[in-house]
Write a protein that binds this ligand. Sequence first.
Ligand SMILES: [Zn+2]
Length: 94
Amino acid sequence: MKEVRRKVCPTCKKPIQSEMVNSKFRPFCSEQCKLIDLGHWLDGTFSIPSQDQLSEEDVESVVRHHQQKELGEDQETDFSGDPNNPDAKKDELS
Ligand SMILES: [Zn+2]
């Protein structure tokens, strides 16, 4: 099986040419992009390693998850999404 799926550089989002796919920088288009991404990792910009490059949506959800975590433990007592919680029902009716 050939790797003919279109890939883009996770850093600069440029399409990666097929000959680049076999480069040592993959999945990045260049050493520079690889190093930039490495910098992001070190910064903690990304927290979940993936074999595939992350789509923008993936990155967004990771960042959001990260932010929610940083809000702290207090959020655990938020039952507004629980249908069994009378307070939540009251909220919906009003
Ligand atoms: Zn690139």
